[in-house]
Design a protein around this ligand. Sequence first.
Ligand code: ATP
Ligand code: MG
Ligand code: MG
Ligand code: MG
Length: 438
Amino acid sequence: MRLSRYFLPLLKETPKEAEIVSHQLMLRAGMIKQQAAGSYSWLPLGFKVLNKIIRIIEEEQNRSGAVQLLMPTIQSADLWKESGRYDAYGKEMLRLEDRHEREMLFGPTNEEMITDIFRTYVKSYKDLPLNLYHIQWKFRDEVRPRFGTMRSREFLMKDAYSFDLDEAGATQAFYRMFVAYLRTFHRMGLVGVPMRADAGPIGGDLSYEFHVLAETGESAVFLDKRLVDKPIPAIDTDFRSDLTSIFKDWTSLFAATDEMTDEAGFKAAVEPEHQLAARGIEVGHIFFFGTKYSKPMKATVTSQEGQAVEVQMGSYGIGPTRLVPAIIEASHDDAGIIWPVSVAPFEAVVINLKVGDAESDRASERLYDNLTREGIDVLLDDRDQGAGGKFAAADLIGIPYQLIVGPRGLKDGVVEIKHRKSGERETLSIEEAVGRLK
Ligand code: ATP
Ligand code: MG
Ligand code: MG
Ligand code: MG
């Protein structure tokens, strides 16, 4: 991508309405634009990051055996009346009426709709286990939308739903998502710490929220600090095997939100040297709820004995549009964002320090072409502008590798690589620079 033809509306000033650093940086880096309270357009740079996050989520969901589909955003109220949630959901639900005066709503979540899909097609225990997911816009009329896309009203959610014949099967389905989530957040350069969370009126232990630790987090969290650098399950984890030991291993160390514990309970449970009281951003939530929807909505399968059995269900959410600011909260400095390579909008930026100088132009283009040919997502800063502004822009938008090309280096046949994260600089030939990034 050539920056001269891209759409990157950078802001010089920090917008006053942005209270936290991720919101400030997303606005300054031209990633999002507010359209109404809690509603945002994703501008090209932001959209690229969002898509990289989505790809990682999809890869890990698919690896765990979940199957992707897509359900609509607008739902009929009928299903919600069947489950009994239409009235219970309250003001957070955006209710609509169509021209025939039918009650509709903009989905805040999809338990009812997926249960309806399930009961339409799945009739036998032989078709279980099943886990279906989609990545779709949700609307929740939050009392206090804030912090940009961290808590917006329209937001993207990956929501998966598992169906099993019995509780033992549903528990394994829950563990598969648990492991998939550990891997998903890790691949984005985050530590997503699983915390015991409120299971609501149904009770039980199987409700875990995944929190990214950050000062600006909305939840108070209490954990054993050994969870922070605990090695995550490997890529070749067999999702068809019994995952109980991985789950037990992770959850034997204390971690809970303030809804589940208090300072005193925490201090009694964890030795002083391992205690960490912090703030957390909820980026994911997994939940086993048994027959809460299958019972009222009559989602049953025939068991091996020929009996109609209500299926055991769980739901599993991740917020991709919240993850973008969560990653920034976890990874930035005074100059701007520091993207982990896996979610960076571009892996590298070629900074042509002297646009119009034949040698600089030629070398920049060559570097850009060679990197592109290697499959590296690269931005070429070919704007006719001073070096200072270009360096500041590259730092602000957080591209992991800056390749600096100018007449001075080219005299000796070299360019410079600056590593955004460490600030480290190396001087290399163009060929070596391409090799370094391959
Ligand atoms: P919160 O406690 O922050 O209000 P929640 O518990 O209501 O979130 P869930 O119903 O568990 O959210 O939804 C699953 C995931 O969707 C959350 O873990 C979060 O990542 C994301 N999410 C929920 N609400 C929002 C929102 N308003 N804006 C952006 N992402 C959201
Ligand atoms: Mg909420
Ligand atoms: Mg919550
Ligand atoms: Mg939640």
